[in-house]
Write a protein that binds this ligand. Sequence first.
Ligand SMILES: Cc1cc2nc3c(=O)[nH]c(=O)nc-3n(C[C@H](O)[C@H](O)[C@H](O)COP(=O)(O)OP(=O)(O)OC[C@H]3O[C@@H](n4cnc5c(N)ncnc54)[C@H](O)[C@@H]3O)c2cc1C
Length: 706
Amino acid sequence: MRRDLFAAAAIIAVAERALAAPGAHNGPETEAHRLSARNIVDDIADDYDFVIVGGGLAGLVLGARLSEDANHTVLVLEAGGNGDEFRDRIDIPGDAYYDSLWPTELNWDFYTVPQTGANNTSCEWPRGKVLGGSSAINGLYMNRPGEHELNAWQDLVSDLDGADNWTWDSFYAAMKKSETFTPPVDGVVQEAAITWDASSHGSKGPIHQSYPGYTFPYVGKWSTAAQAAGVPLTNDPYGGQNWGAYVATSAINPTNWTRSYSRSGYLDPLPPRANYAVLANAHVTRILFNSSSPAGNLTAKGVEYTRDGGATKLTVGVKKEVILAGGTIGSPTVLLYSGIGPKDVLSAAGVPIVAELPGVGQHLQDHVSVTVQWTTDNPTAGSLFADNGTETTDPVFLSYVNDAVAYVNASVLFGNKASDLKTSILSQFDQFATSASSDTGVVAGYKAIYDTTANDIFNGPTGLVELLIGNNVDGAIRIGAALQHPFSHGSITINSSNPLDYPVIDPKYLTHPADVQILREGIKLARRIGETEPLSSELKSEDYPGSDVQTDEEWEDWMRGGVFTEFHPSSTCSMLPLDQGGVVDANLRVYGLANVRVADASVPPIAFSAHLMASTYGLAEQASSLIRAYHNKKAPVVTHASSKNSTDGSKNSKATATTSISASTSTSAPSSTSTSTSSASSLNHQPWSFFIVVAALMVSTLVSSI
Ligand SMILES: Cc1cc2nc3c(=O)[nH]c(=O)nc-3n(C[C@H](O)[C@H](O)[C@H](O)COP(=O)(O)OP(=O)(O)OC[C@H]3O[C@@H](n4cnc5c(N)ncnc54)[C@H](O)[C@@H]3O)c2cc1C
């Protein structure tokens, strides 16, 4: 299974083991990376205003933004290393296929429990364990959720104070703030038939959104074939209408063809900041609370962590807030080991209950995938690399990553039978809701998400399935299908009191019959696109599943034996009302805790029809803005279009105390005034940024030598 999974997963950008070692290439920014990162330290102070748990995609955004206020001290604790010895493999986009970081210590290498909906298979779940987190090891696709989905999320929390932070307008502005867009180079525009609208993108943010410098004719044929098979085209999927077929942007720095990720964008370019420290190899084991805190409003006083596999427990004090950014698996796990979570889970694991919060780890949603493969006589990225020619050391060739996608909705998948399926989904509502959990609040949350998915998302233009084509295998082309809005929800729990033990991951793949039908129609459409001109002339014969699989039953049987994650789990610390199994309110505060927030991919209560990097950058930017606004009287935040950014009154009007934690989490606003010395522009891409870093280093060396 593992080999199949690896092979299948390659299409969505993480790949088989190395075929050969590519040559190193150092562009100017790569050099700057290695000279800088001055905020990565080995010794830390006794306490900090903000302690951020997890130095992954979101954690490094938060660290950079919060430390822009010189009046605040900020610490990031990251379980993984700094990744320096793997830097070439991180930096080279194509190495996501040719020299994957999966088999290294940079991968947590989680597995799910056996999946009853998938022939009892345990599925591999890679996650980044390094500064940069999963953004350092992922497939570099950069696309966005749509306006419709964002507004569906906002509707779910509309009664909560702070809900305006999560409107499309606010979120769109936050996503743009994180990025700098560069159009493709001329030859790639023509060959891959790429269209774009620069006005939908950011132009000054830390993360590059661009395109590979190298492409293949099949990419240019993708959208035409998809359209001929019934998928609409889209010219601007980044402006809120994220459906249809298109060539997506990738997180690539086009000035030197390297991966652009949270470390290269948000950490390395920073000048040394006396108020900012990033500690790698620091696994957070639990949050420590002040025992004299009022019940229902516990105050975190510190964080416990280990740097030696648990032999020594260290602590660091927290003066203002703990912000969890450990990702969809890491954040609920830290809460659970801290004694915050469902009573039955904590009791069975032997973890003393600090505060009962039934939603922790619940509402897990993932994009489950399958893929069809054809042989081809045309050169593929995989075959060129395997040939071991000049390409294997060419940074332009090595910038090639798969990027052609299509998001298809119910009417494309089911035509006029879509309404029958919807009726059937609604008729199963009660059956699946009651089996979702033994907790009434979590069940209410499941119902709320189910209702949104069935009545809003399913009916609308948003993609239920993503199709994506890739050619990183030697002699083969694949088209994958991935479910985007699952009705099967799972959980992250623990079954041990040792915080270094891995959590129990159960996404409950394909346990809801509608998921099986939707994914089945998606993979059938993938085959049809491959059999449609102009793409079909690129392909020879179907390798798998092959001509034996034709009927719906045959497709379903085959699917259950071949599913794998698209690497987009979400929603385990869902932003929902407390009485719906919510973990955080609309200001990202954990219910019942005075000074703990979560800000990462675990927060959105619904899955998105998109890869999750762009939305998580947006979420982390938005989180940083609202946290800074709360702690600074004169908040240096970006004004988001039509956003009424809350000052975090922490009023959870809908969160009536139907569960054991009081909904009141209000804390008094601190009185400190911002003395921000460096504005957001310190992270913007400027051609002279390298020289600024060098100058800053020279000044710091000079100062320390005086
Ligand atoms: C193999 C793979 C391929 C993917 N491909 C794409 C893609 O092509 N495009 C896309 O948009 N998205 C992709 N994704 C998804 C995307 O990378 C994630 O959704 C995103 O990185 C989530 O950001 P995050 O900050 O929530 O979590 P992460 O980026 O995973 O960061 C979490 C960090 O917290 C750390 N941590 C966890 N627990 C602890 C602890 N107890 N103590 C200290 N530190 C801790 C982790 O080590 C990690 O560094 C992919 C993901 C993977 C794994």
